[in-house]
Design a binder for this molecule. Structure first.
Ligand code: CU
Length: 120
């Protein structure tokens, strides 16, 4: 009877350990590819980086720097946005071409502030 209890405890313990590892993997922390870092310098009315190219599975880190004016970068199809002088990080888990644009109305040239994220 004691042996059975011990076996049961081991089963429960390993299930807990596996559960803990599993929940860590499901977070958006790291992809299975490389970490690719980019800095987008925003001015009135331009992004200095108009194309970001990564491989599927890469972790993409985008830092937005507002050198002039107040802008944001919003990536269509990824539901990701960075406003002000901040960094966002996400896993590029979808292949394709995704436009990014300024999502803060900043003035006359607002519509020109676009770029493209390419995930291969
Ligand atoms: Cu804008």
């Amino acid at each position: 009877m004691k042996k059975m209890m011990l076996a049961l405890c081991l089963v429960i313990l390993s299930a807990l350990l596996l559960g803990a590892c599993g929940s860590k993997d499901s977070g958006a922390a790291e992809g299975n590819g490389e970490v690719k870092e980019f800095t987008i310098d925003a001015t009135n009315f331009d992004f200095d980086l108009k194309e970001i190219k990564v491989n599927k599975g890469d972790t993409v880190k985008i830092t937005l720097k507002n050198s002039e004016g107040n802008h944001a970068v919003k990536i269509d199809g990824y539901n990701k946005e960075v406003q002000g002088d901040k960094t966002i990080s996400f896993v590029a888990d979808k292949a394709g071409e995704f436009q990014y644009e300024c999502s803060i109305f900043c003035g006359a040239g607002h519509g020109d502030m676009v770029g493209k994220l390419i995930v291969e």
